[in-house]
Design a binder for this molecule. Structure first.
Ligand code: DLL
Length: 434
């Protein structure tokens, strides 16, 4: 597979650390001058830009949080005049006010190159047809993938998300070779294509899927249904959107574009920086962004970093698949539950059930109720739904042994759980309303 920017992506670690240090020092200085909140936090910590000499001083710098973006909504954290901001994106998230981020020309160019790195890592080149099935709009997914495809010189197909039938027709007629969308939508497309017997008509070689957590088992199923190799890609609006990190052909973690973003793993409770390999909260510092730079941004994503050499030749550190978010974790009857644990169990069971599920949590008589609704397979449905209770019991047992508590499992009809073309909504927590 080719490497899009070999000089940057294979830079020896020593050189990379030097580059990061220079960029960090300059970024801190610029932000101290231009961003009021950052200056205030530095002053409160008794720090001056001159105290930061390189990456070895990173841990001294103050953290930043999603709440900061809400407090300074919409443009209060931008570090350049608005005339230099060429595009804004926004993320609504699942709770709270939307957040806004802005990019200069140089930022957009950097982002396009990062996504092109991810494309090149799948074997894509100027002869590829890149089907952009992420939403094109304020969400960063669509434009990130589109600009990356254009930067590479491939043919971009900016179809955006939604209208499954049109997606399938376009994919077949236009000869899409790389599919970019969320893994849950890829699964949905795969199911629909399989049902219509159109699998043979596809020209797909690779898929670049991200924006939500997904398991290895889901990867296997998507690969089987769409006959492609599925790659993971990670990003978040606050830092850049898709392409902050991406998988290479060895698929053993996602290479972080370390010439632009410095990752750290911290203990979310004590805020202490953890050693390489330890699992904790991912924190990012942008070191080249002009429009909306961030220092030590708390992503809330839980993962670990691997600095070992990768067989692909890239020297950039790999982060493993985020295992969930510190704010995604449900506490049900005192037990920590991550939606990804449930997905893993359902995928392992397979057979009569699909991995389409929704968790519904509520509180009745001061006790948490915990339901997991799972769609049965078309096969089971057409067989007349025999043995439904036995299957529900089997799932309950499997979930209980993984989670430590037993949910009430309800098998529901195929395709009855609402799907969105974007991210899947896996959790309904009605306790928050009470
Ligand atoms: O989801 C950016 C993106 C678009 C990434 C397309 C990849 C592909 P946000 O909407 O701001 O941005 O959501 C960011 O989504 O903090 C993670 O919790 C989650 N996330 C993103 N990629 C992955 C992934 C985009 N590959 C939040 N695996 C992040 C697991 C992911 N979680």
């Amino acid at each position: 597979m080719s490497i899009w920017q070999p000089k940057e992506e294979t830079m020896p670690r020593e050189e990379l650390t030097k580059l990061q240090s220079e960029r960090l020092v300059a970024q801190v200085k610029r932000m101290y001058e231009k961003v009021e909140l950052f200056r205030k936090r530095m002053d409160e910590a008794g720090l001056k830009p001159e105290d930061i000499h390189g990456v070895e001083d990173l841990h001294k710098l103050p953290f930043s949080y999603k709440q900061d973006l809400r407090d300074y909504y919409p443009y209060g954290l931008f570090a350049v005049p608005m005339k230099d901001i060429k595009r804004v994106h926004a993320s609504s998230g699942t709770t709270g006010k939307q957040i806004v981020v802005g990019y200069t020309d140089a930022d957009l160019d950097m982002w396009a190159n990062c996504f092109a790195r991810a494309l090149a890592a799948t074997g894509a080149d100027e002869n590829s047809f890149v089907h952009v099935g992420y939403g094109l709009g304020l969400f960063t997914g669509g434009f990130g993938a589109h600009d990356g495809a254009v930067k590479m010189g491939a043919t971009a197909i900016p179809i955006s998300a939604g209208n499954t039938q049109r997606q399938i027709q376009t994919m077949i007629d236009f000869g899409s070779t790389v599919l970019c969308c969320t893994p849950s939508y890829a699964m949905y497309l795969g199911e629909s294509i399989e049902e219509q017997g159109l699998t043979d008509k596809l020209s797909l070689k690779a898929g670049i899927f991200g924006a939500e957590p997904w398991t290895e088992e889901m990867r296997r199923q998507i690969e089987e249904k769409l006959r492609l190799k599925a790659y993971d890609i990670y990003g978040l609006s606050e830092i850049m959107g898709p392409g902050v990190s991406y998988e290479c052909e060895y698929q053993c973690g996602m290479h972080v574009c370390e010439d632009h973003f410095i990752p750290e793993i911290i203990d979310p409770d004590t805020c202490e920086v953890l050693p390489a390999g330890a699992q904790g909260e991912l924190v990012f510092t942008t070191i080249t962004k002009e429009g909306f730079p961030l220092i030590r941004y708390r992503t809330r994503d839980i993962c670990s970093l691997n600095y070992e050499k990768c067989k692909c030749g890239r020297t950039h550190v790999r982060m493993n698949k985020p295992q969930g978010r510190t704010d995604d974790m449900l506490i049900i009857r005192g037990v920590n539950v991550f939606p990804s644990q449930i997905e893993e169990v359902l995928l392992k069971i397979g057979g009569d059930i699909t991995p389409n599920y929704q968790i519904v949590v509520d509180r009745k008589n001061n006790t948490d109720t915990f339901d997991v609704n799972v769609e049965m397979s078309e096969q089971m449905f057409s067989d007349g739904v025999r043995g439904i209770e036995a299957v529900e019991r089997r799932i309950t047992e499997a979930l209980k042994s993984t989670l430590g508590i037993a949910p009430k499992v309800n098998l529901v009809n195929p395709k009855s759980i609402t799907r969105s073309e974007g991210k899947a909504k896996r959790v309904i927590d009605n306790r928050k309303l009470k």
